[in-house]
Design a protein around this ligand. Structure first.
Ligand SMILES: CC(C)=CCC/C(C)=C/CC/C(C)=C/CC/C(C)=C/COP(=O)(O)OP(=O)(O)O
Ligand SMILES: O=P(O)(O)OC[C@@H](O)CO
Ligand SMILES: [Mg+2]
Length: 259
């Protein structure tokens, strides 16, 4: 791992969860981001004090994930986390990897199979591995993850299924729960599902999919998410980054929780 003054990524997530700090991650899709766009995004993210970069996609067809990770890691304050669609998306230069297990689905390859193949590579790397229970929730249209993973998302309004799945993931030892409505979702995860899951687990909770305005980000964080992830929304409207950051910083200030 790079020499840095930051605590490890997971201890930062856990500490922030315990003190009620609300955070924002920008999802960088290697297929949709040129090197110039990446530099611009980095400048913007530093200016507006975004908390994390997630790098990944369900399918990556270009080969510059390594270049992007390298560029994003030219700074020390925003950790770069791999958000992999498969075990082909491992870059040893990132700070950490969300080792996703797709626990809402019943595809053994994405529950444990790919992890077996990835294990020796991860062990040899200096990447911080964060075991993550990944739940795909219906977001109103078929997402890339749903198609690629060949799994059925949890229905939008079935909070109990999401709660029991998240609890089982936590009991199995997963250190984060990620509720994803899918990239470009027409509707985000509902605040009621977020609060129900929040009340049932102790580990930090990540929520993403279909967030296109700052007020929605605020509502999902208020419902109990610790961290919201935004990809398409910022790709389509770069101003959203500063809007969300302002809103979330105001929330943290009102809660008297400091960066
Ligand atoms: C064992 C390792 C290293 C990896 C396995 C990873 C697993 C189990 C993944 C689960 C399912 C999956 C395909 C998740 C991908 C999540 C992701 C990176 C989504 C980002 O959005 P896209 O789906 O690429 O959206 P766009 O269509 O907007 O590009
Ligand atoms: O691109 P969006 O819709 O913001 O989704 C982000 C992420 O949660 C998808 O896996
Ligand atoms: Mg993608």
């Amino acid at each position: 791992m790079k020499e840095t003054n930051l605590p490890s990524v997971y201890s930062r997530l856990l500490r922030d969860h315990k003190r009620g700090y609300k955070a924002v991650a920008v999802l960088v899709d290697p297929d949709k981001t040129t090197e110039d766009q990446c530099d611009e995004l980095l400048t913007n993210a530093l200016l507006h004090r975004i908390d994390y970069f997630f790098v990944g996609g369900s399918l990556i067809t270009t080969d510059h994930i390594h270049l992007l990770v390298e560029r994003l890691r030219k700074q020390d304050s925003i950790p770069v986390l791999l958000f992999p669609g498969s075990n082909l998306h491992i870059d040893p230069k990132a700070d950490a990897i969300l080792l996703l297990s797709l626990i809402s689905g019943r595809n053994p390859e994405l529950l444990i199979g790919q992890h077996v193949a990835a294990a020796p590579i991860l062990r040899r790397s200096a990447l911080e591995v964060i075991p993550t229970g990944y739940l795909l929730i219906d977001g109103g249209r078929q997402s890339a993850v749903q198609y690629i993973s060949n799994t059925t998302p949890i229905p939008h309004e079935k909070n109990t299924i999401a709660v029991c799945t998240a609890m089982a993931g936590e009991m199995l030892g997963l250190k984060l729960i990620y509720l994803d409505a899918g990239s470009g979702a027409l509707r985000t995860i509902s605040p009621s599902m977020i609060s129900a899951v929040r009340r049932s687990i102790e580990v930090p909770l990540i929520v993403g999919g279909g967030i296109t305005d700052a007020d929605t980000a605020r509502k999902l964080l208020e419902a109990g998410a610790d961290l919201v992830v935004i990809g398409n929304g910022i790709e389509k409207n770069p101003e959203l980054l500063s809007e969300v950051s302002q809103k979330v910083r105001a929330m943290n200030a009102a809660l008297n929780v400091h960066e």
